[in-house]
Design a protein around this ligand. Structure first.
Ligand SMILES: Cc1cc2nc3c(=O)[nH]c(=O)nc-3n(C[C@H](O)[C@H](O)[C@H](O)COP(=O)(O)O)c2cc1C
Length: 147
C-alpha cells in the first residue's frame, strides 16, 4: 500500500447522524447544513462535484459552484457548449456532491438538470466582474488553448 496514503488514517468520531434529527424537507435539511458549513468557515462551501454522463455512457465529474437553492432545486452556471453542457443536453440525469471535510459530512444529490430562463442566465452573467465576463466569452470551456 502507498505509505503516504496509509498514514492518512483518520477516525471519524466528531459527528453522527440520527435519522430522528433529519428534517422531512431535504432542502430545509440542506439549508441547515449549508449554514453550518458557512459557520465552520469551510473554504468554498458552495463548491460541489457535478457528475454527468455522455452519449457513450462515460461519466465525468468536475467542480462547479452552487449559486442558489430553493424547493425548486440547486442552481449552477456553466457554458452550454462545454463538455458538461453537451452531456446534459443529451442526458439530463446528474449527480451532485458536497464534501465538507471538517464537518465530516457529505451531501449527495441525484436529479435532473434543466436550463434556467434566459433572464436568469443574463442576470447572473451581468452580475459577474468584467474580467470574468470577457474571459467567459473569449475562452470557451472544455477546449484546448491553441496558439
Ligand atoms: C473551485 C472551482 C469552481 C468552479 N466553478 C465552476 C462553475 O461554477 N461553472 C463552471 O462551468 N465551471 C466551474 N469550474 C471549472 C470546472 O470544474 C471545469 O473545469 C470546467 O467547467 C470544464 O468542465 P467540462 O469540460 O467538464 O465541461 C470550477 C472549478 C473549480 C476548481
Amino acid at each position: 500500500m502507498n505509505e503516504l496514503i496509509a498514514k492518512l488514517r483518520k477516525e471519524y468520531l466528531n459527528s453522527s447522524l440520527d435519522i430522528r434529527d433529519i428534517l422531512k424537507n431535504p432542502i430545509e435539511q440542506f439549508d441547515k447544513w449549508f449554514k453550518e458549513a458557512i459557520n465552520a468557515q469551510i473554504e468554498e462551501p458552495n463548491a460541489m462535484a457535478l457528475a454527468t454522463v455522455n452519449k457513450e455512457g462515460q461519466v465525468s465529474v468536475r467542480i462547479v459552484l452552487l449559486k442558489d437553492y430553493s424547493n425548486e432545486g440547486f442552481e449552477f452556471f456553466t457554458n452550454y457548449n462545454s463538455n458538461k453542457g453537451k452531456d446534459i443536453e443529451f442526458n439530463n440525469n446528474i449527480g451532485l456532491n458536497f464534501f465538507w471535510g471538517i464537518l465530516q459530512r457529505q451531501v449527495r444529490i441525484q436529479g435532473y438538470a434543466y436550463k434556467l430562463s434566459e433572464e436568469e442566465s443574463e442576470k447572473y452573467f451581468n452580475s459577474r466582474p468584467l474580467g470574468s465576463r470577457i474571459s467567459a466569452i473569449i475562452s470557451p470551456q472544455s477546449q484546448k488553448n491553441t496558439k
